[in-house]
Write a protein that binds this ligand. Structure first.
Ligand code: 13P
Length: 252
């Protein structure tokens, strides 16, 4: 059975003190994470170890990095390797967030390399896809997202794709307060699952968790997560408040 996942993406937010407060609040939050439900907290690199330490006693709550580099090690000033993440026992990494694609020119090909190296080091990628507003307005979102998946994930083996979590994040819904309707989310998630099924087969496609991201809040999570192909969320703004994020976890 595929897992239900509430993932937090703090992005470039929080001072050390704020991170510590938020982690303390998360660690004491009353959340229901049973076996098939997990939460993943993607914090900025400097707080990875602190987050691991603070959340260590929290059952089914894991820490993630928000990015990694394509190379193993070497003269790449300012970059973070998956080898480093592995050495810190970080189990997940977000790959291909639309902000990375847009501001740091990350291409589908580069993201395929990041997926490969993460898997090689046994770190599970949370692979992001999603279209901009112009693409939605031109009604070409299905083929656009399909290409993102094909270019960055279709070279994987069955065993490898099972390690990938997919996050569909329509860019027009990120940080805008304009959430996709549950119907729009379901339609795209079903499309993504069909695309995966064509390549990897139904059984495998049914095992892959597909998260929705884009203005998920405590008050819309239940409706979004009730859709058959929406297996949880990747949450930005609302994950910076432990109480609000707990509502989202408990909506799984
Ligand atoms: P918001 O929840 O702030 O819209 O951000 C979504 C997102 O980009 C998560 O990765």
């Amino acid at each position: 059975m595929r897992k239900k996942i509430a993932a937090a993406n703090w992005k470039m937010n929080c001072t050390m003190q704020q991170a510590e407060d938020l982690l303390n609040n998360l660690s004491s939050a009353n959340v229901n994470l049973s076996n098939d439900k997990i939460s993943i907290i993607a914090v900025p690199f400097p707080y990875l170890l602190l987050a691991k330490q603070k959340l260590a006693s929290k059952q089914n709550m894991f820490v993630a990095a928000q990015n990694c580099y394509t190379k193993r090690s070497g003269a790449f000033t300012g970059e973070i390797s998956v080898e480093m993440l592995q050495s810190m026992n970080i189990p997940f990494v977000i790959i291909g967030h639309s902000e990375r694609r847009e501001y740091f020119n990350e291409t589908n090909t580069m993201l395929a390399d990041k997926v490969n190296i993460a898997l090689e080091y046994n770190i599970q990628p949370i692979f992001c896809c999603g279209e901009a507003l112009e693409i939605r307005e031109a009604a070409t979102q299905n083929s656009f997202v399909e290409k993102q998946l094909k270019d960055s994930l279709f070279h994987l083996s069955n065993e490898q794709i099972l390690k990938v979590v997919i996050a569909y994040e329509p860019i027009w819904a990120i940080g805008t307060g304009k959430t996709a309707t549950s119907q729009q989310a379901q339609e795209m998630h079903q499309h993504i699952r069909n695309v995966l099924a064509e390549k990897f087969g139904n059984d495998i496609a049914n095992e892959i968790s597909i998260l929705y991201g884009g203005s998920v809040k405590g008050n819309n999570a239940v409706e979004l997560f009730s859709q058959p192909d929406v297996d949880g969320g990747l949450v930005g703004g609302a994950s910076l408040n432990a109480e609000e994020f707990s509502l989202i976890i408990n909506a799984l």
